[in-house]
Design a protein around this ligand. Structure first.
Ligand SMILES: Nc1ncnc2c1ncn2[C@@H]1O[C@H](COP(=O)(O)OP(=O)(O)OP(=O)(O)O)[C@@H](O)[C@H]1O
Length: 652
């Protein structure tokens, strides 16, 4: 399939910076929450600096009395005279710092969670909007479960990293910067011992990242596979049951689930060695600092240092070391959450970047006052080369280049009806899909009212065309909502008039809640014929200039068909109609009938003219009339050859 501007295939793979680009783009409007979160997280961290200082002071200046009582920034006039008074002051300051810390922690979490939730929400809605703007070929090649997994799980992973990861990173940086600095100021030599842990942790983490990153990418892909399998099976539950394929499907789900289990377990194995490893390094560093510090208090400075360390200063130092070293182990969680989010961001970003081949030209105009003239001018089309890579790595290059339509030319004068008939797989549905630009032709042009459909806005084109397909799709909701789908401002009267014209009013009124009856998911609570009539009512309500009926009455019984056919004739009277039919009687009255075979128009004319011609159409007509004896042997030979080709999956 040709790309619209003949442009290069768009790059689908996300760049390394995809995650940060997403955060920057979606965080921009919510930056106030991130700032609040950051400032409050810093405040809460800063209040944590006070208790160790107070404890050291209480030990040295109150309990042991070996140094004067004083705190930086505390006026001497506020220092009580008695030891008890001083202890109470320390206790009050401890409580005050704790309260302020709790407040800061609350406000910090509030800011970051609001930020993360807003980003998640906006990202998901945008990704969905992007998805529904992609062309049909993208969906032909994608798996629904996989797409759902991107919109759900992957977007959630990005949110979790914002909530936990970024928030913790800021706290950690504040810690390394703040507490690390305090340690250096208090005792540079002892600080050097504590800080020894940092380079070890950095190297250790780098190794972890290198190992775990590909594992997370594999895991995200297998979540998509599993989702796709589950979605497919739930949708196909009827076939599973009627074919007694429960065992077969349980096995396939087991295989997909096991693939996820294996990729997940592989990542978990790496992760669970990493976290205890970090704790070990942190713990050893704490023990080393304690040993050096305690010997310093007992025996004076070691050879490389000078100055005495009091028991209070030692306690302060150890408490800071604890604040510094243990949370470093948290770094692992952050890196872990980052890696998971990164694997997801590639997929979300990929979806946001996906470009469909069918898009509005930059100078496209609206199709207005549509009269309904249609022209197919030497149209050739194949499903190959669909320019639609998918989120699971399919680059969209189909291998089969066999055309499904070949040099198709015909015109339909405004208000006329054209019937399209032909054996299965001959390209009838494909032909009308080109009219509403679900796909674009490889060669040739489709015109409506003389306009090349590639030069008009798709929305205006589709407003002008009413399309009733073989498998009408109803949305979960009421009958009324389904009829008014697309004509959202229709009044109840208009909905009912449309239903009446589609011969649907009677059955709808007999439903338990009439027009307010819920139709179930995909309309499962209605029969095939009822769904068909609701879909027809939708088209009557839309009142389009061009009507496309793709075997529109295929699901109804003979009697209902007669009623609908009458309505359809009325509907078709003053509008252009393209009717695809297997039952030739439904297009007998058409102004022209096109007979497709292997993607080519092999015969054309009115019903009578085609019967006179005594070709494929006349033979198909004999089949439907049950005159098998009248059929020439060559017809059976051709039919058998066609069936064999269809079964081999060939289009022609
Ligand atoms: N989305 C698709 N991707 C690839 N090939 C497709 C796609 N849709 C249809 N085809 C192929 O194109 C050919 C024509 O299909 P089409 O649905 O147009 O035939 P049809 O005449 O409407 O058949 P039927 O009468 O059975 O509905 C078939 O060989 C089919 O396998």
């Amino acid at each position: 399939m040709a790309t619209e501007e003949g442009s290069e295939r768009p790059a689908f793979a996300a760049s390394d910076a995809s995650m940060w680009r997403l955060y920057a783009e979606y965080g921009r409007d919510n930056v106030r929450f991130a700032v609040l979160g950051t400032l409050m997280a810093l405040l809460s961290r800063a209040t944590g600096l006070l208790p160790p200082l107070l404890l050291g002071l209480a030990i040295d200046a109150v309990l042991l009395g070996t140094r004067p009582f004083g705190l930086p920034g505390l006026p001497a006039a506020l220092v009580p005279e008695t030891a008890a008074g001083r202890l109470w002051l320390v206790v009050s300051l401890l409580v005050g710092a704790t309260l302020l810390g709790a407040l800061g922690s609350y406000a910090g979490s509030y800011g970051w969670n609001r930020f993360a939730q807003n980003v998640q929400h906006e990202l998901r809605v945008d990704a969905y909007e992007r998805l529904q703007a992609l062309d049909r070929a993208f969906f032909d090649r994608s798996r629904t479960g996989e797409l759902l997994s991107v919109l759900n799980n992957d977007v959630n992973q990005l949110e979790s990293f914002l909530t936990d990861g970024v928030n913790s990173t800021i706290r950690l940086l504040a810690l390394v910067g703040g507490v690390g600095l305090v340690l250096v100021v208090l005792n540079p030599w002892l600080a050097a011992v504590s800080l020894l842990a940092v380079p070890v942790l950095v190297v250790f983490t780098a190794l972890f990242v290198r190992r775990v990153q590909p594992k997370y990418a594999r895991m995200r892909a297998s979540v998509g596979d599993l989702n796709a399998r589950l979605e497919n099976n739930v949708a196909g539950i009827d076939v599973i049951k009627t074919e007694s394929a429960e065992g077969h499907e349980a096995e396939r789900v087991r295989a997909a689930s096991f693939a996820y289990y294996e990729t997940n377990w592989d990542a978990i194995r790496t992760r669970i060695t990493f976290f205890p490893g970090l704790s070990l390094v942190s713990g050893l560093s704490f023990a080393l600092t304690f040993a050096v510090g305690a010997f310093w208090v007992l025996n004076g400075p070691p050879g490389f240092a000078s100055g005495a360390v009091s028991p209070g200063e030692f306690v302060t130092f150890m408490l800071y070391t604890q604040q510094f070293v243990w949370p470093l182990a948290q770094f692992g969680q952050i890196v872990n959450s980052y890696q998971r989010a990164r694997a997801s961001s590639d997929r979300v970003y990929g979806l946001l970047q996906a470009e469909g081949a069918v898009s509005d030209a930059s100078d496209a105009v609206d199709l207005t006052d549509v009269e309904g003239g249609i022209e197919y001018d030497d149209v050739t089309f194949s499903y190959s080369g669909t320019d639609s890579p998918t989120v699971d790595g399919d680059d969209g290059r189909a291998t089969d280049a066999e055309p499904v339509l070949r040099n198709v030319s015909f015109t339909v004068t405004q208000g006329d009806t054209v019937g399209i008939v032909g054996p299965t797989g001959s390209g009838k549905s494909t032909l009308v899909k080109l009219l509403v630009r679900l796909y674009d032709p490889d060669e040739g042009t489709v015109r409506v009212d003389g306009h090349d459909v590639r030069e008009v806005r798709r929305a205006s084109l589709r407003r002008a065309v009413g399309y009733v397909s073989q498998e009408p799709f109803l949305f979960y909701g009421t009958v009324r909502e389904n009829i008014a789908y697309g004509t959202f401002d229709a009044t109840d009267d208009e909905v009912e008039t449309a239903a009446r014209r589609a011969a649907a009013n009677e059955f709808i009124e007999n439903l338990p809640d009439g027009y307010d009856t819920l139709v179930g998911e995909r309309g499962v609570r209605l029969s095939g014929g009822q769904r068909q009539r609701v879909a027809l009512a939708r088209t009557f309500l839309k009142d389009p200039a061009i009507l496309v009926l793709d075997e529109a009455t295929s699901h109804v019984d003979t009697e209902t068909e007669a009623i609908i056919q009458r309505s359809l004739r009325e509907l078709a009277t003053d509008r252009t109609t393209v009717a695809i039919a297997h039952r030739l009687s439904t297009v007998k009255e058409a102004d022209e009938i096109l007979v497709l075979e292997g993607g080519r128009i092999v015969e054309r004319g009115t019903h009578e003219a085609l019967l006179d011609e005594d070709g494929l159409y006349a033979n198909l007509w004999r089949v439907q009339a049950g005159d098998f004896d009248e059929l020439p042997e060559s017809f059976f030979e051709a039919a058998i050859a066609r069936r064999a080709a269809v079964e081999r999956g060939e289009s022609n």
